[in-house]
Design a protein. Sequence first.
Length: 130
Amino acid sequence: HPCRGSLFIQRGGDEALLQALSAGQAVGAGGESLLVAIMQLITALVDGNAFAAQRLRALGALNGLVACGLKLPGKVTKETMWTLGQVGGVMAVLQVMSRASDSQDAEASGLRAIAKLTWMPLEDSLQQQF
């Protein structure tokens, strides 16, 4: 729900979420379930909430997502690509795919995310990115 997401962001939950993302990344493979849960929460927060997406981008969420998503293959990479697309749009996914051209997992996950994203209606704030 966008109102709850905005309240979460306004109360500093966005910063705590990004700190948890860093902590999960530091654990490595042992933090996989934590990372997936964090990415799912980020996706839920930005769904229909341009304010939350903008705020997370301003705090460097895209860099944090890229850093952890490219290090842990499998479910984390899949969630990373989808979350990147939700927060930063198709261009963010394409940029990560170009960096990870040697990773078939990243390319496949990126293509799946782009396929889903292209069929979703864009919000006005995201349309301005193109």
